[in-house]
Design a protein around this ligand. Structure first.
Ligand code: ATP
Ligand code: LTN
Length: 336
């Protein structure tokens, strides 16, 4: 069976972009791939996280994985910091990646822009991501558009390591959806929908109430004119809303245009709010069921055990190739 790996940061509420662009698609892989879906808490701490809140955010992200339909019988779901091989391989890969290539990462440039000080973890973030992926010999990495450059870097690091030290890592491929890979902010269609947006009107959170969703959709910015047509160049705001409508209903862009021909933005937004609510409500219901079921900790423990078994073999291989000491054999480690 081919392998799939992906991760989501537990850095706050999940939004509709995370769900439609990534998590919902994870379920498409679970029947045909051996899947590893990680909650990447070590990535989250590249910016300050309140230690009182972080454990809740980790559980929350895992519960949304389950609520979105990931089946722990089929996929390995685990928390990154429970599997020490990630941090270890990350250091080894830092020694084969270059300052120049990390400086070119657009996420780093965006997140450090205008800041007087930021952590060095923010800079080496993509190397840890490469370690995540390479430790599982992953064939595919389902992600949104914003992560394409990071997966490309991971491929380059793997190829460089393989040519320097001998065949060690499988070179993975990003799988990015044709539409919905980069949902835009509801307040600024030129920016991606992001949980770090200081204005909550810019994103729809998976935990928003029906009223909040309706309000955010009603207040979403639109373009000049009044026709509902999909034209990302001329009408980026409406194109974004049509994309959301399409992802929530499965209808194509032309069908949506025909459905709203002769109608205005207000009618469209009203229906859009309804379809978003219909998409999110069942996830919220399942989230509540899983939260009450008490199954989360055993799911994450079993996940960490399996992830540990697989990743420790690969780490051992990489340490051997590099000539590092193997007195502390990573495959002999036990979880608490
Ligand atoms: P931030 O927005 O704060 O930078 P993030 O939401 O991008 O954080 P993650 O939670 O790690 O960071 O992202 C999880 C997944 O969601 C990734 O696969 C990412 O590509 C995808 N994703 C994030 N934002 C969007 C978006 N606006 N549209 C589609 N997919 C997205
Ligand atoms: N950087 C990713 C999260 C992430 C990830 C990964 C995604 C960390 N490690 C490995 C895919 C594969 C993001 O979405 N912000």
């Amino acid at each position: 069976m081919k392998r799939a790996f992906s991760g989501v940061q537990p850095s706050g509420v999940l939004h509709l972009g995370n769900y439609l662009g990534a998590i919902r698609r994870f379920t498409d892989f679970q029947d045909e791939y051996d899947c590893y879906f990680c909650i990447v808490d070590l990535h989250a701490i590249t910016v300050y996280q309140d230690p009182k809140e972080l454990p809740k955010q980790i559980d929350d992200t895992a519960l949304y994985y389950l609520a979105s339909g990931l089946d722990p019988e089929k996929v390995t779901m685990f928390v990154q910091s429970d599997v020490p091989c990630h941090a270890e391989l990350s250091w080894m890969l830092e020694c084969v990646s270059t300052f120049g290539e990390l400086s070119r990462m657009t996420q780093f440039k965006d997140k450090s822009k205008g800041k007087e000080s930021f952590s060095s973890g923010l800079f080496t973030y993509p190397v840890l991501m490469a370690a995540d992926i390479l430790l599982y010999d992953a064939d595919v990495v389902p992600v949104g558009e914003d992560q394409k450059q990071h997966v490309e870097l991971c491929r380059n690091i793997a190829e460089r390591f393989n040519s320097r030290y001998g065949e060690t890592f499988k070179v993975p491929e990003a799988v990015i959806p044709e539409f919905g890979a980069r949902l835009k902010s509801l307040q600024d269609p030129l920016k991606k929908m992001s949980k770090s947006d200081p204005n909550p009107l810019g994103y729809i959170s998976l935990s928003d109430s029906k009223d909040e969703i309706a309000n955010k959709v009603r207040r979403a910015v639109t373009d000049s004119g009044r026709e509902i047509v999909y034209s990302p160049e001329d009408k980026p705001a409406i194109a974004n809303l049509i994309t959301i409508y399409s992802l929530c209903t499965g209808l194509g862009f032309t069908e949506i245009e025909q459905r709203f021909a002769g109608k205005g933005y207000a009618d469209f937004k009203k229906e859009l709010a309804d379809v978003v609510i219909e998409t999110i409500t069942p996830i919220q219901e399942k989230y509540a069921e899983y939260a009450g079921s008490g199954m989360l900790s055993s799911t994450l423990k079993e996940g960490a055990e399996r992830a540990n078994q697989v990743s420790s073999q690969v780490l051992k291989r990489a340490k051997q190739r590099m000539g590092l000491s193997l007195l502390a054999d990573p495959t002999e480690r036990k979880l608490l």
